[in-house]
Design a protein around this ligand. Structure first.
Ligand code: GLY
Length: 370
């Protein structure tokens, strides 16, 4: 005998939130968000490096009742062991379901604090306060959270949207120059996949961006957030359009892994973007002129600095790493094809396409020239 009992879970969830971008807005915005959220307790997750710089700012903004959880800085700490330790601290600090976690830091902090918030007591609220350019323009928005496992980056995680994202461009002043460049890879990517005018703006404002001119930074960061937010709003769980944010990441992640993470994420993604744009050109979608414009901008920002290194990387490892990419379907390596700057190839709602091993090797040969 078989009996069937339905479990009806049809529901409308509104997880909408705002991204605020400005110079010197941190403390005031936090107060504003907390006056709406009214958290019972607050825990801030940050790393040792940022804690050294912003300890007083955090204490003044959040007060003595807030628990500050500090973990050793670095991607190598982005694992479940660190989460487990943080979990214990949350319990010890008495956080409950109405509490709030604050991610204060770069992408690693945001991913881990968001994951922690997603699983603690089956989910508590959190806010993102990104301090690196990469986190400001990319990882703090969209609700992807998680940790790395021995099998690969970000393989363990949940979608958990923040209640608010507060971007204070003043934090960029303490960001090492290399990290600023690292973040520019995602900025350039947003122009390439979605907005030609934005790409042109990024192309033109290089000097002001490198000098961290406040108004320019607000314009550039809000432009990127607008593009990312539109993509995430249309496809939160990456069923289609959100795959376009992975442009450059198929080869980029593989290069990053094959270099044993010595090539930083943004620089690796830039190599990946040059390589994937090259394959788009070889397939006849992208013109030579557009390809050159893309690589010129990447070079101008110093993002192809490690491209020659791809010669020293083991091609076998790159192929192996790309084959394990979580975006793949039925183990075929997939990538985003660019027909022109500001557009992506789309066919019947599909935004990523199979890449052949020969194309990957050919593209890696090409990027060595940069
Ligand atoms: N960083 C890619 C995404 O958020 O989907």
């Amino acid at each position: 005998m078989i009996k069937t009992v339905p479990v009806s879970l049809n529901r409308t969830i509104d997880d909408s939130y705002e991204i605020s971008i400005g110079a010197g807005i941190f403390s005031e915005k936090v107060q504003g968000v907390f006056s709406t959220l009214k958290p019972t307790r607050v825990a801030i997750v940050t790393d040792t490096h940022l804690y050294k710089i912003y300890r007083d700012t955090l204490n003044v903004t959040f007060g003595n009742d807030a628990r500050i959880i500090v973990y050793p800085a670095g991607e190598s700490k982005k694992n479940f062991r660190t989460i487990n330790g943080m979990f214990g601290e949350l319990q010890e600090a008495g956080l409950d379901r109405k509490s709030c976690i604050v991610a204060f830091g770069g992408g690693v902090t945001g991913d881990m604090a968001g994951f922690l918030a997603g699983i603690f007591l089956r989910g508590v609220r959190f806010i993102q306060v990104p301090t690196s350019l990469l986190a400001m323009v990319d990882s703090s928005t969209g609700g992807k959270t998680g940790v790395d496992t021995p099998g690969g980056k970000n393989l363990m995680g949940v979608f958990h949207q923040p209640k608010s994202v507060i971007i204070d461009t003043d934090f960029l002043r303490t960001l090492p120059k290399r990290e600023l460049i690292n973040g520019m890879a995602e900025v350039v990517k947003h122009g390439i996949i979605a907005d030609r005018d934005y790409f042109t703006l990024v192309e033109k404002k290089r000097t002001k961006i490198k000098k961290l001119d406040p108004d320019t930074m607000i314009e550039v960061i809000s432009g990127s957030c607008r593009i990312k937010s539109a993509v995430v709003s249309a496809d939160e769980k990456e069923a289609g359009l959100r795959q376009t944010l992975n442009f450059g990441h198929t080869i980029g992640h593989a290069v990053e892994a094959a270099s044993d993470f010595k090539i930083p994420h943004g620089y690796a993604v830039a190599i990946g973007m040059a390589a994937e744009a090259y394959i788009s050109q070889k397939r006849g979608y992208l013109s030579g002129k557009e390809f050159e414009r893309i690589t010129r901008v990447l070079k101008a920002y110093g993002l192809l600095k490690y491209a020659a290194l791809s010669d020293k990387l083991d091609a076998g490892r790159i192929i192996h790493a790309s084959a394990r990419d979580k975006k793949n379907v039925a183990s075929n390596v997939r990538f985003v094809v660019i027909p022109e700057i500001g557009k992506v190839r789309e066919e019947n709602g599909v935004y990523s396409f199979d890449m052949k091993e020969g194309e990957l090797l050919d593209a890696l040969q090409k990027v060595k020239e940069f």
